[in-house]
Design a protein around this ligand. Sequence first.
Ligand code: EPU
Length: 417
Amino acid sequence: MDKIIIEGGRALSGTVRVSGAKNAVLPILTATILAGGEHTITNVPDLKDVRTIKRLLIDFGAKISEDREKLVAETSRIDRFEAPYDLVRTMRASILVLGPLLGRLGRARVSLPGGCAIGARPINLHLMGMERLGAKIELKHGYVEATAKRLKGAEINLELPTVTGTENIMMAAAVAEGTSTILNAAREPEVEDLAIFLNSMGAKIEGAGTATINIEGVSSLTPGTHSVVPDRIETGTFMAAAAITRGDIIIKGAHIDHLAAVARKFEAAGVKIEPHGDDIRVMGPERPSPVDIDTMPYPGFPTDMQAQFMALLSLADGSSVITERIFENRFMHVGELKRMGADIKLMGNTALIRGVKELGAAPVMATDLRASASLVLAALAAKGASEVHRVYHLDRGYESLERKLGGLGAKIQRVPS
Ligand code: EPU
């Protein structure tokens, strides 16, 4: 397995460009299943998770061609409908094929994702949504087997505003007979981006980005064209990289509006943020101030930035409290940050972070995507050379991270196994 070696202690400077959002491109690619023909998607990041979704689409019968960040999915012939365990266990977002397969073929067989490093992550709300739309759901031998003659519009009230659940339901309801309403829908920008793509295919979706989404089902969709929204979590991670290294960087092609809650916390920590159109200048403080954070569904502070902020706050001049309210087990980075000298105490879903003056380099191991990012950040600030192991987690969601950080002056190197 590859590892990354980082020689910490250098202030980052220069310019970095943000890639398309992982969590937007995944449902957008599965949505291409809904209409046969040639879909064109641009600003597609080169990520392991994107490659996994492409493999699923090809398994179902699609043809995919790519030219740098432009992807063409030809989906005229989709005649298989099984997402096997081997793929789903590497990426839970594979569940996003459920709604589109049901909508296109009236049939889907998807391996149950099971638990993962950050929590149990059930899919009961996805299944409830499909049932409300008239699908018959059976759980057999570790698989969800779903069938429907023609989906029927319904009102679906989500107990929790699940992101991929909202997306799955929206995709299925787009081709259901009649009108659907999703109440307590997830409001994440990635949900809105998917709705824009679906509407480019002829869907009639209103209210995506708010808690109530109305979908007037249509009998068929046509191929769509779309440019994927910039990745707000990648943007936030680079902001944290500038902040933790006392750097001064410009992040290009970002959407600061999607980062309002994150920007507020950075500013409270003493980070200077200057947006200029789609560019953001970020300047790190001499030492961050302590900040308390509760993760929340959008527009609250994202759980996907929690680990990166913890790395920053571990160097704060005082104590911070982080409460994780989305996933019950998303503190796997704590033990590794402590190995680098951080002073963090865990109490259930709350972490008390007593800031230390400096972190020390250490070999560390990543357990999930954002935990890996927090270790990279800590290593950028730590004195000496740190080794971050299990880099494949980073490759799932950050495009060319070491090249981009290297371009900002970080001393970072990937060592192939
Ligand atoms: N939940 C249920 N039942 C369900 C679905 C969700 O109880 O049927 C619970 C979850 O256990 C969790 C909460 O609802 O406690 C929210 O989970 P959600 O379904 O919103 O998460 P997700 O859709 O599986 C997406 C992102 C995650 C991100 C979360 C929260 C994608 C592909 N993944 O996951 O991204 O953390 O929303 O914002 O969009 C990442 O990029 O590192 C990542 C993990």
